[in-house]
Design a protein around this ligand. Structure first.
Ligand code: GLC
Length: 396
């Protein structure tokens, strides 16, 4: 493990960039040459194990490009390499995208605070956190159902996940090219409506996603803790109430037969495609102990669903959309393993959590710091020198 720690530290260092007085980390220098929002939150969590100063710098570069309305963009270009494998897409703005990503920011800041108890730092970023989460609460829930919506599959962080096939009008069997074409059309529509979130959602893509809302719940409760530490009692109560309301709404509108499903459309129709997302509520402690056990026994440990030789596949083996080489349609990713690991710990499944940790470590030992892994063979796929493997050092 010590050797692995060192390798993670070297990787984080070699992917590090500086620009305009800011410091940030590339997810993968060859494939992802910019700063990404949820990646940088993962980076801060990883860096915090080595240096809280570097973790803070990663957060400061993210919030430096926060929009006036509170949103933080999912991509900050900082500098554009002359040659890159990454497609040159303009998502609405010159220096950043106009979409966002799962809001892991409060979680990352709370981890940093846990380590060095630097209240001054927390205080300095609190206004950013406040406006970021307020943005979701006020702009992404126009029907006031207490569920937060995304404008585009890319905002979920799981670009081509089969959860979004129905809302995009795509069949379960498809190519990445077909999927990308459809998503880029959505971006054009988003640009046409000037990223007016309620309008874009209502007219083009009305999805309430389970991981996104689970992440909101966990982050709002931590934001409430942060507010408490800063002596902002009203904010603390407010954010905790918001976390509870989302959690209740998820139960009300997403839960059926023990599984939370993402929903689509104004009638909140459940999208019944089994992906790793069914385990995301464990991360936010939204399910009961009995429900957690059922999720584990019936689905996680089920060899025809998620218990492959190299778990946890992002899509269940028995889904027609499952594709072991299909980006978010099957491969095992380190961040989703990390969410599941933390979720299992929340419910006392310590042995199983350790099994997932060991299997994540063996994936990296076998195939290196790759973006994703074939869940059947363990072979590495996609980007190289990809930072998310560093999350294994936070599986503690
Ligand atoms: C891919 C992933 C997304 C990630 C980005 C940069 O688009 O789907 O989650 O943020 O790469 O690593």
């Amino acid at each position: 493990m010590q050797d692995l720690n060192k390798k993670v530290q070297e990787l984080m260092l070699s992917n590090r960039k500086h620009k305009d007085g800011y410091q940030y980390t590339l997810p993968s220098p060859d494939s992802y040459p910019y700063q990404w929002l949820w990646d940088s939150c993962f980076h801060a969590i990883i860096l915090n194990h080595f240096s809280s100063t570097d973790a803070k710098k990663e957060i400061l570069s993210l919030v430096a490009r926060q929009f006036d309305n509170g949103m933080i963009p999912h991509m900050i270009y900082w500098q554009r390499p002359s040659e890159t494998n990454f497609p040159k897409v303009e998502w609405g703005k010159e220096n950043t995208s106009s979409l966002t990503q799962p809001p892991m920011l409060a979680y990352a800041v709370w981890q940093i605070y846990q380590k060095d108890k630097d209240l001054k730092f927390v205080k300095s970023v609190y206004p950013n956190l406040y406006h970021f989460y307020k943005y979701f609460l006020s702009e992404r829930d126009p029907h006031e159902k207490n569920l937060i919506g995304i404008l585009n599959p890319d905002e979920s962080g799981e670009d081509n996940s089969p959860r979004f096939d129905k809302p995009l009008g795509l069949p379960p069997k498809q190519t990445l090219k077909e999927n990308t074409k459809r998503r880029f059309k959505l971006i054009e529509q988003n640009i046409d409506c000037k990223f007016d979130a309620p309008f874009c959602m209502r007219n083009f893509f009305w999805v309430k996603d389970v991981p996104f809302n689970s992440i909101m719940v966990e982050n709002l409760s931590l934001l409430s803790e942060i507010a408490k530490k800063l002596g902002n009692k009203d904010d603390a109560v407010y954010f905790m109430n918001c976390a509870n309301s989302i959690s209740l709404a998820m139960r009300d509108l997403m839960l059926e037969d023990g599984i939370f499903w993402s929903t689509c459309g104004e009638d909140y129709k459940k999208i019944k495609v089994k992906t790793w997302a069914i385990f995301a509520p464990l991360f936010a402690k939204i399910v009961s102990q009995k429900e957690a056990k059922e999720l584990v026994d019936k689905h996680l440990l089920n060899k025809s669903e998620f218990w492959t030789d190299f778990p946890v596949p992002t899509t269940s083996l028995d889904e027609p959309s499952f594709d072991e080489a299909g980006f978010w349609r099957g491969p095992t990713w380190m961040a989703t393993n990390w969410f599941i690991y933390k979720g299992l710990q929340n419910y006392g499944f310590e042995d199983l959590a350790q099994e997932i940790k060991q299997s994540s470590i063996s994936l990296i030992q076998k195939s290196g710091f790759r973006e994703q892994f074939n869940p059947l063979t363990g072979e590495g796929q996609g980007a190289r020198n990809f930072t998310w493997g560093g999350l294994i050092i936070d599986m503690t």
